[in-house]
Design a protein around this ligand. Structure first.
Ligand code: ZN
Length: 378
């Protein structure tokens, strides 16, 4: 079946400014397994836009060769609201300017409502339960109307993604190496994708209440399984937040390499016909995100880095100096140090920072005492 292009209108926009989300579907809408891949939910994170562009080309070619076996949905730009947010010439794509909401937070945790709806309805057949739960997810999202235009964006994406088997949410960091976030319950299922992409860190990040898009995709399955322990309920959706390096790491060569990785992962999982080449050896272990030192500057100033991206550092090693433009001589400069042994996986692109802003992430191996509670950045 030829691929289908859907332009789904968003509701509740201002008069005269109707927006839509484009989805490109390979395989029929009821075919399994179903993969969902979208780009730039944080709309300023452009590497995913180029990767999605190349992914559509690669999937078109695979489709022409008759290789599509499952269903693959590509959303080449997930966030038309954020894409349009140019303010005085600068693009601001992380937060919705209308509501102040971070576009990758406050995704709905459907598990509780689904649990009450499914009480007494699940049986002893695992596959039948999966079908029943997916239908309940779709029905619940179908009922969700109203709210802001950004709410319409959320439900439009969720309706397509939440019933998928595999979800990849393509982001990027500021200046960064390829890395990935996944919940501990499913991180092991994604190690081949991480290895294919050449991830230098895979962070196992416990759910924080259905907050991020990827968490919200998985949350219903974990919640329902915990609520009905005597019924077979698999985690039928695995989802990852993929950080495609940094903001400026955009070129065709990188994107084509990433597409080879994604296409091989899809082939291995039966979405595409033909043998997949063996997965390469992973470049890192899965580590807890609470083992990642989020290095912040205590003061306003200019960052002068003393470590490179990808450098292995030790506890106490200087990451950067922060130079306060108000100070004179040595008093102007303070040193910020790593608080763990690990690899510098991100740095900041723009070097002027306010107090408490993140200037680096160091992926370590052991949980850090100062990293408790809610772990994600704003
Ligand atoms: Zn992001």
């Amino acid at each position: 079946m030829p691929r289908e292009i859907l332009d789904i209108p968003l509701a509740n926009g201002a008069p005269g400014s109707r927006r839509s989300v484009r989805m490109i579907r390979y395989g029929a809408a009821d075919t399994r397994p179903k993969a969902y891949i979208h780009a730039a939910l944080h709309a300023d994170e452009a590497p995913g836009l180029l990767v999605a562009h190349h992914l559509v080309e690669a999937l078109d070619a695979a489709d022409m060769r008759g290789e599509v076996r499952g269903q693959i949905v590509v959303v080449p730009y997930a966030n038309p609201l954020g894409l349009a947010q140019f303010v005085n010439g600068d693009h601001l794509g992380r937060f919705d300017l209308a509501s102040g909401r971070n576009f990758n937070r406050h995704w709905p945790a459907l598990g509780k409502e689904l649990t009450s709806r499914l009480a007494g309805r699940l049986g002893n057949d695992r596959e039948e339960n999966v079908v029943l739960i997916r239908r309940a997810i779709r029905d619940l999202l179908e009922e969700r109307r109203g709210g802001l235009e950004v709410d319409s964006l959320y439900t439009t994406l969720a309706r397509e993604a939440f019933d998928s088997d595999l979800v990849l949410d393509l982001h990027c960091d500021d200046e960064g190496l390829m890395h990935m976030f996944a919940q501990p319950e499913i991180a092991a299922d994604l190690t081949d994708v991480a290895a294919e992409l050449g991830c230098r860190a895979v962070f196992s990040q416990p759910a924080s209440g259905g907050s991020t898009f990827a968490e919200a995709c998985v949350e219903p399955w974990l919640k329902i399984a915990a609520s009905f322990p005597d019924k077979p309920v698999p985690t039928a959706c695995i989802a990852a937040t993929v950080e495609l390096r940094g903001f400026i790491d955009i070129d065709d060569e990188l994107a084509v390499g990433d597409i080879a990785a994604l296409m091989n992962s899809l082939r291995r999982r039966g979405y595409l016909a033909g043998p997949a080449r063996p997965s390469p050896a992973p470049l890192c272990d899965v580590t807890g995100f609470d083992a990642c030192d989020i290095v912040r500057t205590p003061v306003f100033g200019i960052i002068v880095y003393r470590t490179e991206l990808g450098e292995t550092v030790t506890d106490g090693q200087p990451i950067a100096d922060i130079v306060n433009p108000h100070g004179i001589g040595e008093e102007a400069r303070i040193t910020v140090r790593a608080r763990t042994d690990g690899v510098v996986v991100t740095r900041r692109l723009k070097k002027l920072v306010a107090a408490n802003q993140v200037i680096a992430k160091v992926a370590g191996a052991r949980a850090l005492a100062h990293r408790k509670g809610y772990l994600l950045e704003d």
